[in-house]
Design a protein around this ligand. Structure first.
Ligand code: ZN
Length: 289
């Protein structure tokens, strides 16, 4: 292994030096992106997963945060992280659409996993009132449990909300303290809602919806500083234009970044640099090795 002495006399290996430069000086490095929310372990990718991963890496998307859904999704998520440890970073959590009468058993699984290996976030968690309102009370309990867990472990949270901004925001505001950090994933709310989220110190996860005509999200992007934004695909769902309606994948992240650059009238490199630095900071990726 080669060693390099930097200008202040510290000794780095090549890889450490690159990581140091990427985290401290993202502008000086080739453009790179992080997909902060991708379900790359789902069966939609079974036929061509390796090629899809290589396409993303070639496109400059070299790091993927994988949000969990429930007990059933976890084995394939963890085995993908074991196969691509330099690229895939696991989250652990119980998704609101999987909160049913047995949710305490599912939460026990989350607690147990946290004793067994390193996770980069609690996610995805939240409230979903689009598909089914039957278990709203259980969803609220599970969400609050997992927020408290994140605070105890000093981990960020990836929040899912669908038709549930007020319900989610009420609980977040009640639980908010200096140690609670996170991202509202796949944000597609109003400018007012974006302001309330960022004022609490949370980030907005921006995905393919920003490329859709009349989504309203472009107005939100114009009004929101880049320091509040993360890039994500939510693959295999919500592919950006011109792939709308097709399977989404992480190599499409630059399409989302380009749209943000266009809307804000700034260079693409600025979008890449700042959103990547935001992700490094939120998920503490510096300490991944
Ligand atoms: Zn998701």
């Amino acid at each position: 292994m080669y060693q390099i002495v930097c200008c202040v006399g510290s000794i780095y290996t090549c890889r450490q030096l690159r990581q140091h430069a990427e985290s401290e000086f993202p502008y000086l490095c080739p453009m790179q992106f992080i997909d902060t929310h991708a379900h790359l372990y789902l069966e939609e990718f079974d036929a061509d997963r390796s090629e899809m991963m290589e396409r993303a890496i070639q496109a400059g998307v070299g790091t993927f945060l994988l949000p969990n859904i429930d007990r059933a999704s976890l084995p394939s998520l963890l085995s993908l992280c074991d196969d691509w440890p330099e690229h895939c970073l696991p989250m652990i959590g119980l998704h609101p659409t999987s909160v049913k009468d047995d949710f305490l058993n599912e939460l026990a699984m989350v607690y147990q996993q946290l004793n067994e290996r390193k996770f980069f976030a609690i996610g995805e968690i939240g409230i979903d009132l689009y598909w089914d309102k039957t278990h709203l009370e259980q969803q609220q309990i599970a969400f609050r449990h997992q927020l408290k867990l994140a605070k105890t472990l000093h981990l960020p949270v990836a929040i899912h909300m669908r038709n549930s901004f007020e319900q989610v925001f009420t609980i977040i505001r009640e639980e908010a303290d200096t140690s609670l950090r996170g991202v509202f994933h796949c944000f597609s709310g109003s400018i007012q809602q974006a302001k309330r989220v960022t004022e609490l110190g949370f980030l907005l996860g921006i995905g393919g919806v920003v490329t859709f005509k009349n989504s309203g999200l472009q107005e939100v992007i114009k009004e929101t500083g880049l320091e509040h934004l993360l890039l994500e695909t939510d693959a295999p769902f919500l592919a950006p234009y011109p792939f709308r309606g097709k399977r989404n994948e992480s190599s499409y992240i630059p399409l989302i970044a380009e749209k943000i650059a266009l809307v804000k009238n700034i260079p693409l490199a600025e979008v890449a640099g700042i959103t990547t630095a935001n992700a490094w900071n939120l998920f503490n990726i510096k300490n991944k090795l």
